[in-house]
Design a protein around this ligand. Structure first.
Ligand SMILES: *[C@@H]1O[C@H](CO)[C@@H](O)[C@H](O)[C@H]1NC(C)=O
Ligand SMILES: *[C@@H]1O[C@H](CO)[C@@H](O)[C@H](O)[C@H]1NC(C)=O
Ligand SMILES: *[C@@H]1O[C@H](CO)[C@@H](O)[C@H](O)[C@H]1NC(C)=O
Ligand SMILES: *[C@@H]1O[C@H](CO)[C@@H](O)[C@H](O)[C@H]1NC(C)=O
Ligand SMILES: *[C@@H]1O[C@H](CO)[C@@H](O)[C@H](O)[C@H]1NC(C)=O
Ligand SMILES: *[C@@H]1O[C@H](CO)[C@@H](O)[C@H](O)[C@H]1NC(C)=O
Ligand SMILES: *[C@@H]1O[C@H](CO)[C@@H](O)[C@H](O)[C@H]1NC(C)=O
Ligand SMILES: *[C@@H]1O[C@H](CO)[C@@H](O)[C@H](O)[C@H]1NC(C)=O
Ligand SMILES: *[C@@H]1O[C@H](CO)[C@@H](O)[C@H](O)[C@H]1NC(C)=O
Ligand SMILES: *[C@@H]1O[C@H](CO)[C@@H](O)[C@H](O)[C@H]1NC(C)=O
Length: 579
């Protein structure tokens, strides 16, 4: 009797369960569109909807799984504007759908163009053209209409608006598509690194009540300072009139890693405590050490900052043999110290000691047989296009450029794009009060976006949101919804070929447990993928605690005031607060 009751229930459930072919139709999508007026400023164009099932396709980067989903495109315009924004969405087949929506971040000057990243989590995902054909254009290619004229529409869309609108529309569509009630919960996640990290912070800052969980790695926020900082090493070299052979800088980095690795209590090739290195190691001890690098011809794609091939170049380096010079160490020390103006006031933070100094790489001139200035186009292009407003891909030289010039460029960029690209609003009350959870991480030896950049934002949020709580109380309160982790040895959004350290691989699982099951993490699961400790799991320390190895297999998470202080910065070179 009981059995047949259960069996008939199952029958009823399967009868009402819809198949992909039931839901993956233009008419189902059209009927799920938010009607004009419900999302203020957004007018959907029903006639432009497409929907088609995709079977057994591989989806997501590096994934070997295959997925069956509904490939949907929708188009909208901003009310009264006459523009056109196309969004592609990937809806899992109904049996795979887990009431989730997932937004993936892009990188460099690109938003993600792949809508399928959420399928492995049973989530609907999206990707947007952002109104400037972002599937084919990188934002830096369209930021200027011509010399002197900024494309503000593209700027705001890239900065935060396109993803926010994609999420708002996507959640309404998701409910309608699967026949959920209009108030049903759709768990909404964000995940991205680098500019994808900045994009995630933009969502948390601007659309806080739309997201339940955001995972942001090495965010490229404080955009003006961050981009101009890429030109800082070249400016140091020009100011000191010493252009170190790249091998000399590489040796300084290697020797620093060797010297500072043991300071954290374990000799494993990883500086797990760059703060101890900063406090206790003097780079001058490297002077005189021998270096050697073989000749090489390399084709570099730069930082992949632009989708265009223009960034790639072939360069030749002769064999390099020598000893580390006092001048080379002085350059490295100045780079790690960070930018100060001519009054000695600090303007910005820098990469942690032991990070690669790739932005300081010089280039070989075959005609003069000398190492010469090289300006990374990451920073050079920012200055030409975003500060000088000239449609040029790189600075041609640094003639007359001083540290004060860099500060001026940062100031211009910060003021001009304060409410768009800068992305440092520190008041996350909307996100916090609607239950959002933020997991923020940064490779401690990131050579592109300095790890202290993330620490500084975390400190800003804590100070702005909990001005009246004791240190202990604000720490506890913040950890309930915003946690930050440094990844020992890690580079920019990935592992580091110079330091075989841990890297977190299952952040989404951690976030889903936090959001959907209320499991607040206290450590972050990471795995070592190379070196003597390959395969080791390290449960990383939550900032501001720091790891200290007790033996070759266990470490404590310690509170160390001198260390924390070494990560704490003021920027008196700017008159306005820099969050
Ligand atoms: C919503 O507005 C757009 C733009 O004006 C229009 O093309 C579309 O037909 C409208 N949608 C409906 C359902 O009326
Ligand atoms: C997709 O894969 C499943 C399982 O391997 C198979 O049964 C099905 O026929 C495939 N569908 C299509 C359209 O290829
Ligand atoms: C999804 O649909 C769009 C619009 O029809 C099409 O351009 C695109 O190729 C489709 N994608 C896949 C993976 O089928
Ligand atoms: C630095 O160390 C890496 C291995 O970790 C090695 O490949 C490279 O050649 C070294 N560079 C120098 C200049 O010693
Ligand atoms: C490193 O040592 C040199 C030479 O002994 C000294 O001049 C310098 O001040 C030291 N630097 C730091 C950061 O302690
Ligand atoms: C630079 O000079 C070296 C040796 O003289 C030669 O082998 C190499 O091809 C030259 N490279 C370029 C790019 O001219
Ligand atoms: C501009 O950037 C490109 C790519 O990074 C680089 O190869 C080139 O040398 C740079 N120009 C200057 C003047 O440094
Ligand atoms: C924009 O300005 C740059 C620098 O002055 C110049 O080289 C370039 O020709 C200008 N572009 C146009 C289209 O005028
Ligand atoms: C840590 O992450 C790995 C995947 O990288 C996973 O296999 C493992 O179960 C996770 N461990 C914990 C304790 O969450
Ligand atoms: C820890 O590892 C280091 C380096 O591999 C080794 O020299 C040392 O003996 C180990 N210590 C213990 C207690 O096993």
């Amino acid at each position: 009797m009981r059995l047949s009751w259960g069996a008939s229930l199952a029958l009823a459930a399967s009868a009402s369960a819809k198949s992909l072919t039931d839901v993956c139709t233009v008419s189902n999508v059209r009927s799920a569109l938010p009607s004009n007026g419900t999302l203020l400023g957004i007018d959907m164009i029903p006639s432009a909807v497409t929907a088609a099932a995709v079977y057994n396709a591989s989806a997501g980067m590096g994934s070997t799984e295959t997925y069956t989903y509904c490939n949907v495109t929708v188009t909208y315009e901003h009310t009264g504007k006459g523009d056109s924004v196309v969004i592609k969405y990937a809806f899992p087949q109904p049996s795979d759908f887990k009431k989730r929506f997932y937004v993936a971040g892009g990188g460099g000057f690109s938003l993600s163009s792949d809508a399928t990243g959420g399928l492995e989590y049973g989530a609907v995902g999206g990707a947007t053209s952002a109104g400037y054909d972002a599937f084919d254009n990188s934002y830096d290619d369209v930021v200027l209409y011509g010399n002197g004229t900024i494309n503000w529409d593209a700027t705001y869309m890239f900065s935060y608006q396109a993803l926010g609108e994609m999420t708002k529309i996507g959640k309404v569509l998701t409910r309608g598509f699967y026949g959920m009630s209009s108030s049903a919960k759709v768990y909404t996640y964000y995940e991205g690194c680098s500019d994808g990290g900045r994009e995630g912070m933009s969502q948390v800052q601007r659309y806080g009540d739309e997201y339940d969980g955001a995972i942001t790695g090495a965010p490229a926020f404080r955009f003006a300072q961050q981009q101009v900082h890429h030109v800082f090493p070249a400016t140091v070299e020009q100011t000191m009139d010493y252009y170190p052979p790249p091998c000399e800088l590489a040796k300084i980095v290697n020797a620093t890693i060797a010297a500072c690795d043991p300071l954290d209590g374990r000799t494993d090739g990883v500086i797990s405590r760059t703060d101890l290195c900063k406090l206790h190691f003097n780079l001058t001890s490297i002077i005189g050490e021998k270096y050697h690098c073989d000749a090489e011809t390399s084709t570099s794609l730069g930082f992949g900052f632009s989708k265009r091939a223009a960034g790639s170049s072939t360069s030749y380096q002769p064999a390099q043999n020598g000893r580390v010079t006092a001048k080379g160490v002085k350059v490295a020390q100045a780079i790690y110290d960070g930018l100060h103006n001519s009054k000695g006031e600090r303007a910005y933070l820098s990469w942690q000691i032991g990070s690669e100094l790739s932005d300081g790489d010089t280039q070989w001139n075959n005609d003069t047989s000398k190492w010469e200035l090289q300006i990374p186009s990451t920073g050079g292009e920012y200055v030409t296009k975003f500060v000088q407003l000239l449609d040029l891909d790189n600075l041609s030289d640094l003639n007359d450029v001083t540290y004060d010039t860099l500060v001026d460029w940062m100031t211009t960029g910060m003021v001009r794009y304060m409410d768009s690209l800068q992305t440092t609003l520190p008041d996350l009350t909307t996100f916090q009060s609607s239950g959002g959870k933020l997991l923020h991480y940064h490779g401690e030896s990131d050579p592109s976006i300095p790890a202290p950049s993330s620490v500084h934002y975390w400190q800003s949020v804590r100070a702005i949101m909990y001005p009246h709580l004791s240190s202990e109380q604000s720490l506890k309160k913040l950890a309930e919804w915003y946690q930050f982790y440094l990844i020992p040895g890690a580079a920019h959004c990935g592992t580091n070929s110079l330091q075989p350290g841990p890297y977190p691989e299952d952040n989404m699982q951690t976030m889903i447990d936090w959001v959907e099951n209320g499991v607040q993490p206290s450590r972050l699961n990471a795995t070592v993928s190379s070196g003597d400790y390959e395969g080791e799991t390290q449960m990383l320390c939550q900032w501001p605690t720091r790891p200290l190895w007790k033996s070759n297999s266990t470490f404590d998470c310690v509170n160390d005031k001198a260390s924390i202080d070494s990560w704490t910065y003021d920027f008196p070179a700017f008159k306005v607060p820099v969050y």
